[in-house]
Ligand binder design. Structure first.
Ligand code: AMP
Length: 212
């Protein structure tokens, strides 16, 4: 299993999806799983929604439950995006992996807050396939329409500037301590997330092919 870690907007999802395809693995995104629960009106979704709308973290117990249920359906060839985000989640994941004898590597992507704010507030996402665009740097061929599947593009409610500011603050306060946690375990490599997508992909690919 490879965890893609980093602040919101650094490109974890994009990199994970592209490389998972290349390496024949599946992607699980905790944010996507939570949004699916909100959309389909599950109990868990309605509990998670208020935290997501405000830019805060969903309580560990809820998000862990939804991610582990997703992982249960796989064989461990997984690129995980957005989980863990707290030490408690990382510890739960460690127990889960140990029980299954699955190996863990962490790719940590970093970028400055100013860059992330500009990227997130300009981000557009395909409603149908989740492909990600940028109003200025990565525009679709036809405005408002996904190049990949023809679906409609939308801006996530939590990509509005005030919510993005909260998400960045939450990352620094609650999630970034995980970098020390994984660094000490010798499981993590840090790469820049603010280079061209192809450069970030190449750097991450190099890490993945060198995993013993
Ligand atoms: P994302 O799509 O990764 O940006 O996540 C969107 C929102 O879902 C976050 O702002 C959180 O509210 C919630 N979320 C996603 N993953 C986690 C997690 N591992 N722990 C807590 N909350 C999460």
């Amino acid at each position: 299993m490879v965890v893609f870690f980093g602040p919101p907007g650094v490109g974890k999802g994009t990199v994970a999806i592209r490389l998972a395809k290349e390496f024949g693995c599946r992607t699980i995104s905790s944010g996507d799983l939570l949004r699916e629960n909100v959309k389909s009106g599950t109990d868990l979704g309605s509990q998670a929604k208020k935290f997501m709308d405000s830019g805060g973290l969903v309580p560990d117990q809820l998000v862990t439950r939804v991610v582990m249920a997703g992982l249960d359906k796989t064989d461990g060839c997984i690129f995980l995006d957005g989980f863990p985000r707290t030490i408690v989640q990382a510890e739960e994941l460690a127990v889960y992996l140990k029980e299954r004898n699955w190996e863990l590597r962490v790719i940590d992507l970093e970028a400055d807050d100013g860059f992330l704010m500009a990227r997130l507030t300009n981000r557009l996402i395909c409603r149908d396939c989740g492909a990600i665009y940028h109003r200025i740097n990565l525009t679709p061929k036809k405005e408002g329409v996904c190049d990949v599947c023809g679906g409609g593009l939308y801006r996530r409610a939590d990509d509005h500037p005030d919510v993005v500011a909260t998400r960045l603050l939450v990352y620094h306060q609650q999630s970034s301590p995980l970098r020390d946690y994984y660094r000490k375990l010798g499981l993590m490599v840090t790469l820049r997330g603010d280079t061209l997508l192809n450069e970030t992909l190449a750097a991450a690919r190099k890490v993945l092919v060198n995993i013993p």
